[in-house]
Design a protein around this ligand. Structure first.
Ligand code: CU1
Ligand code: CU1
Length: 290
């Protein structure tokens, strides 16, 4: 049977420890930082004149699905029984709630420099040094809920609005797409200030610190967040069984501003030999449980 990804709030103490231990093992071997670098390399925005496969584009969901699978397989090479837990941020909303305990991700950063001081990923506990995408220091930073200027996590209603959209994505297939499940859930809007970010993007803002940019993989909550985003993609598919599961079906032509900037259903998503069309279902690879 396919392995099951479970809600982090339901993990036993032993299951939390096994997940953390497997992550720390990849970090020690240098493999973890390769994942951070892959994400940085593919963090391309609308303003750049390059192919976008990970963000601000239709392949946001399949690219991250494959990225999580690669990471999960790496974890399973260290402990075959481990899967990536998911964090349902519509339910576990407090800055002290799960998953922020000292036996899973640790808590928020301290006020002076946002340095995470508790849990397995605190620099001072000796196992987690930032090596890829270092800015100010080599320690993990967070600012849960943005204490000086509070920001709320997205709600179940925000997610429901995204899932209600029957179209997978709409032109111009970037951060300015005014409809479509992909941009509604990825979470770009034309608004200013906090209203600019909703759903997936808003969670990155809420965690703060390393989660704000291309080096967000440095914070292991990245995986729990994206596992939930992956689960929400499932919910959209089940809700709209007659919708095209991926758009665009064909590459935008040479006359389009998106020519060679986004991938169509059967085009390759670097760095893998994988196409969005290969990743529209995961049920044979893993499942989601409670
Ligand atoms: Cu990403
Ligand atoms: Cu993300």
């Amino acid at each position: 049977m396919a392995p099951t990804r479970r809600n982090q709030s339901g993990l036993t103490r032993a299951e939390r420890r096994r997940f953390v231990d497997a992550v720390l093992k990849l970090k020690r071997r240098g493999e973890y930082d390769d994942f951070v670098r892959t994400h940085i390399d593919h963090y391309v925005s609308d303003g750049e004149d390059r192919l976008r496969v990970a963000h601000m584009c239709p392949s946001f969901f399949p690219w991250h699905r494959r990225f999580l699978l690669e990471f999960e397989r790496a974890l399973q090479r260290t402990d075959a029984g481990v899967t990536i837990p998911y964090w349902d941020w519509t339910k576990d909303r407090g800055t002290r709630a799960a998953p922020w305990g000292a036996d899973l991700l640790g808590g928020t950063g301290r006020a002076s420099d946002r340095q995470v001081m508790t849990g397995p990923f605190a620099r001072r506990n000796g196992h987690w040094t930032i090596r890829a995408g270092v800015t100010d220091g080599d320690f993990l930073t967070r600012d849960l809920g943005r204490a000086h200027d509070p920001l709320a996590l997205p709600t179940a209603r925000d997610v429901a609005e995204a899932i209600a959209d029957p179209l997978y994505d709409v032109p111009p297939y970037d951060s300015t797409s005014s409809g479509g499940f992909r941009n509604r859930l990825e979470g770009w809007t034309p608004a200013r200030g906090d209203a600019r970010y909703r759903n997936h993007n808003r969670v990155h803002r809420w965690v703060g610190g390393h989660m704000l940019g291309g080096a967000s993989v440095n914070d292991p909550v990245f995986w729990l967040h994206h596992a939930f985003v992956d689960l929400l993609w499932d919910r959209w598919q089940r809700r709209h069984p007659r919708s095209a599961p991926y758009l665009p079906a064909e590459p935008p032509g040479p006359g389009s501003a998106q020519y060679r900037r986004v991938v169509a259903r059967q085009e390759r998503m670097p760095p893998w030999d994988a196409r969005p069309g290969d990743l529209l279902g995961h049920q044979r690879l893993y499942r989601y449980g409670d």
